[in-house]
Every structure is written in C-alpha cells, then in structure tokens.
Design a protein around this ligand. Structure first.
Ligand code: CP
Length: 346
C-alpha cells in the first residue's frame, strides 16, 4: 500500500513490520547524531487542517530525522481563507514535488478523499491519516502499540506479546478516533479489550463498529456470556471486545488502562457529563488502580484534561504513567511509517 488511512485492514505481519522498524529507529534516535539519509531529497508535507501539538511536531521531526524536506501548512494563513478547496490545496503541494502528505482534518474521510485524488491522477504520493474526525488515528494507535510492546520486550516488540493481556479503554469513546484505531490493533493482538464510559459516550461508536465490521465478516457474535457483574452489554465477540457502562469491571485485573480525553469541543450539551461528575464516576485515581493488576500502566493519547480523566499526581507518576513514553515513541513510529510507505512495505 502507499497510503495509511485506517488500521481496519492491517495484517499481523504489517503490525510487526512497523514495530520492528520503529525499534530500529529508536536505536538511531539514541545515537548522538540521531539522523539517517533514508529519505534524502523527498518532500513530506504536513497538511494539518485541525490543531495538533504532538502529531504535527513528531511527524515533522520524524521526517527531518530521515533527512526529508518538510513543508508545514497552517490553514489560518493559507489560501483556504480565500476559498481554495482542500483538493486544490493538496494538488498545489503535489505540483511542488511532494512525495508524502500527512493529513489531519476535523471531518472523517478527508485523508481518503485526498488519497483517492492522488490515485485518480496516477501519482505515487503516499497519504497518511494523522486523525480524521471521529474516524481513525492510525499512527497514534501504532505508537500506543509500540509503547506497550517495547515495555513487554524492549528487543523484540511484536503484536503477539499482548495476547491475553487485559486492556481497558476508558472515557469519551464515542468521539474518539484513537479508540477506533486502537480497537483494530489491540483486538488483532488477541488482547481482551474492555471499553468503559458513561452511556452517552459509548454506545454509538460500539454500534457503528459492530455494524461496520459484522457486515464485512470481521466480527461474529460469540456464545460467551458477559460477566454478570458488568452492568452492560449482552454482546461479546471472538475478537474479545467488551463494553461496560461502569468502571470497575473494566479495571478489574487490567494490565493496561488507556484513558481518553473528554472531547468537549465535539459534544452537544446533553452528552456532556460535568467534569466533576465524570471524574467521580470514571476518573482514574490511586484508589481505583488497586482494582487493576499490580503492575498496571496508564496511557493517554493527550492532550489531557488534567485532573479529569486521571488524577493529576498519577499522570506524573513514572511508576504508572506511560504518557511521556507515548510521545517519545511517536517519533520512532512515525519515522517507521514514513520509511515503510516510501518503500511500499506497509
Ligand atoms: N494525540 C494527539 O493526536 O495529540 P495532538 O492533537 O496534540 O496531535
């Protein structure tokens, strides 16, 4: 493939290729020079139509570490403000000799639309989805996977290390493209994935995910009965995906807890629990961590509503928190993606 738009059709081999390549680049990044000539002469354009700190900067740094030339697009000072369309913007960057485009947009489907246009034009420009609406954020899920698997085996990170681990994904799952991409990668690993959040912030995503993937034959109803103590969903699937509308069953003996930001900017008022209510019911605190496996680790894609999704002291506690490692992993994983897309290995 020369585009990375979704993890829905990623194969176990492709996950392992990304993990192993990222691990090689992690070694490069530990050297004094930190740079390789792999993409010398190539142009990577970061077209971020929606705000970002981590993803935009780490794609830029990843491209620079690979010796590519980078172009950074700022929508507010671009010709979008004069009415130029998104496709014409992409074609403008193409005409300058761009080899890869990294796209973020608040609407789902924009990276796909640009990829379709590049294919229609018959040009070999790789398009990478850096987060589109509530759809997917593949590079975030891959860096989450890399963070977890390198913790389990720093020399040989691979998908199968997660088999039978219990992973809780907690929070605003409804609006989360990170959750959607992580559902693909984590369930493909054989991990048991438990989604938990307030009823207003979980069911639509679950319904969409199940419908979309049952239609494609990727999920099948399981005869397995849900844990009677978990106060919800009667459905469970061979990919080992469970849904809870309370926190305790998701946390019980969990190896990893991934918390998600309450996306207030995407919420209509009836969906929004107050931040205080949310923290009381679903906030991760030291007390609640006692339900988890003793070696539990916490993840959060960022940005964090400090003191809402996780108590502030836990967020900064290196015994539990992998949040900084996630950001660090992002550079190596994005180097791997740019390199592999450039050589058509993913
Ligand atoms: N996790 C993530 O996508 O963060 P940014 O919005 O800062 O890129």
């Amino acid at each position: 493939r020369h585009h990375v738009l979704s993890l829905a059709d990623f194969t176990p081999d492709e996950y392992d290729t990304v993990l192993q390549t990222a691990n090689s680049f992690r070694e490069v990044l530990s050297r004094r020079t930190k740079k390789v000539p792999t993409l010398q002469g190539q142009v990577v354009a970061n077209l971020f139509f929606e705000s970002s700190t981590r993803t935009r900067s780490s794609f830029e740094l990843a491209a620079k570490r690979l010796s590519a030339d980078t172009l950074n697009f700022a929508p507010g000072s671009s010709s979008l403000t004069k009415g130029e369309t998104i496709l014409d913007t992409a074609k403008t960057y193409l005409a300058m000799g761009t080899d890869m485009m990294v796209i973020r947009h608040r609407e789902a489907g924009v990276p796909q639309a640009i990829a379709n246009e590049m294919d229609r034009l018959g040009v070999k420009v790789g398009v990478l989805n850096a987060g589109d609406g509530q759809h997917e954020h593949p590079s975030q899920a891959l860096l989450d996977l890399f963070t977890i698997t390198t913790l389990l085996d720093p020399n040989q990170p691979q998908l199968s290390l997660l088999k039978d681990k219990k992973i809780a994904i907690v929070g605003d799952i409804l609006h989360s493209r990170v959750a959607r991409s992580n559902l693909w990668s984590l369930t493909a690993s054989g991990a048991e994935v438990h989604l938990a959040g307030p009823p207003t912030l979980v069911p639509q995503l679950f319904a969409d995910f199940v419908k979309e993937n049952k239609d494609k034959g990727r999920l099948k109803a399981s005869s397995k009965q849900p844990d009677s103590s978990s106060n919800l969903n009667p459905l469970a699937f061979p990919r080992k995906l469970f849904l809870h509308w309370s926190l305790e069953p998701a946390l019980r003996n969990a190896d990893f807890v991934m918390t998600l930001r309450l996306q207030k900017e995407r919420m209509t008022s009836h969906l929004l629990p107050s931040l205080r209510e949310y923290h009381q019911q679903f906030g991760i605190t030291r007390d609640r961590l006692k339900l988890c496996h003793p070696n539990v680790k916490l993840l959060h894609p960022g940005p964090v509503n400090r003191g809402v999704e996780i108590s502030s002291d836990l967020m900064d506690d290196p015994q539990f928190s992998l949040i900084s490692q996630q950001v660090t992993s992002g550079v190596a994983v994005r180097m791997a993606l740019l390199y592999l897309m450039g050589s058509s290995k993913v």
